[in-house]
Design a protein around this ligand. Sequence first.
Ligand code: 5GP
Ligand code: ZN
Length: 117
Amino acid sequence: TTSAPEPDCLFCLIVAGEVPATIVARTENVVAFEDINPSAPMHVLVVPTTHHGDVSQLAAAAPDVLAELVGVAEQVAGERADGQFRLIFNSGPHAGQTVFHVHAHVLGGTQLGALVG
Ligand code: 5GP
Ligand code: ZN
């Protein structure tokens, strides 16, 4: 884990504005943007502006930023859904993580089904 921008990291590039994304919220330490391939009526990704590989690394390095990220997820769900949301962190390839810059999936806007693999 590191907090320095990684030039080949897709989400570092989105944070920097060098790859386009539909930004829906931004705070000092967190950026939220629409997932390019949504799985629900609301499917937003929330990322720290600093680079950390996964949620455990973020929690260890900057727990305050993790809490800020959860707060932004709640705010986005209040604006774009009914305030209720599912928050998912995939951690590692077997969990389905494909972008190794920690991100929360914020899902909602419909009745979600049970979690399946
Ligand atoms: P993961 O599988 O790592 O948990 O989630 C990665 C997410 O990033 C996927 O839901 C995927 O649709 C999304 N994604 C991948 N590339 C892009 C992109 O270029 N822009 C946006 N907005 N989302 C992306
Ligand atoms: Zn990154």
